[in-house]
Write a protein of this length. Structure first.
Length: 297
């Protein structure tokens, strides 16, 4: 029996979004670090001192910098050294991913792995295009579906209606959201980015990853996240909320100067990254309260 869709409740959710009452807040230290990364006067040592105050977060950062994924020679033992080697944008990606992992896993099973797959492919494409900050594009890809989490945490009954519509009408989650809720996860994700004071370089790819032509200022990054999402869906990494592969925007594909015969190599490279990311991601989530304090010089 279909669950009755409560239009009044959904309208209330949209009003809460406008007032930011339905949006989750970042943990204090994560919020501080994301703001510091955008400040050109902030040093790696200063960011390192802030991270070192949270021994679990510091342990995760040191585990990442010493992982085979990065392959730095020698053992990195201080947080500020890790920040210097990884770069500010990688550090921000780590702290953001650590803070959203649990929310993603408990709302949509497989959404985290889908997001990791998008991040891996986006990283490969960004590096092939020699973009200045490929890790920032990866972060946008990692967060591109975060709006789905907010919707499901606030509208559990409506989420069940969405799932029923997807199955009974053979439509995508994106189409069901637009028809039933009159708002979709990309819009919610954009508002969340603003609520978290994340830069437009992240917010715009999240807002327009289904419609990259609407991106005004960060088109290439948006096109990368769009293409990564399509490829991950086609490849079957994780679960994005429905079985459908989004339609590919051919202008976005052309803007990235990719050819069809580039796909096998691109996918293979991304899969290698994904193996590392998947293993590392689940490892760092198991670093508990018994982690020793990080050393900071």
């Amino acid at each position: 029996m279909a669950i009755k869709w409560d239009e009044e409740k959904t309208a209330g959710f949209r009003e809460k979004l406008r007032q930011a009452r339905a949006l989750p807040t970042l943990p204090g230290i994560v919020s501080k670090i994301t703001q510091m990364v955008e400040d050109p006067s902030v040093s790696a040592e200063r960011i390192g001192r802030v991270i070192a105050k949270d021994h679990i977060l510091a342990a995760k950062l040191l585990k990442l910098v010493n992982s085979a994924f990065y392959g730095f020679p020698g053992r990195i033992s201080t947080v500020s050294s890790a920040v210097i080697l990884l770069g500010f944008y990688v550090v921000r990606s780590l702290v953001l991913s650590a803070s959203i992992f649990e929310a993603m896993e408990k709302t949509v099973v497989g959404l985290w792995e889908h997001s990791l797959g998008c991040a891996a492919i986006a990283n490969v494409i960004a590096r092939r295009l020699n973009l200045n900050n490929p890790e920032e594009v990866s972060t946008a890809a990692l967060l591109h579906d975060i709006g789905k989490v907010v919707i499901r945490e606030n509208l559990a009954e409506e989420a069940a209606v969405l799932d029923e519509a997807i199955l009974s009408e053979n439509i995508s989650l994106y189409a069901a959201e637009r028809r039933i809720l009159k708002i979709n996860h990309t819009q919610v994700g954009q508002r969340l980015c603003r609520h978290w004071n994340l830069p437009d370089r992240l917010a715009e790819p999240i807002a327009y990853h289904h419609e990259p032509s609407k991106s005004a200022n960060h088109y290439v990054s948006t096109a990368i996240v769009h293409v990564a999402d399509v490829l991950v869906r086609a490849r079957g990494f994780g679960f994005g909320g429905d079985k459908w592969v989004p339609p590919l925007d051919h202008n976005a594909w052309a803007a990235l100067t990719l050819r069809e015969d580039d796909l096998p190599g691109l996918i293979a490279e991304a899969e290698e990254i994904l193996v590392e990311l998947r293993g590392f991601s689940f490892e760092i989530q198991n670093l508990g309260e018994k982690c020793p304090p990080a050393v900071e010089s």
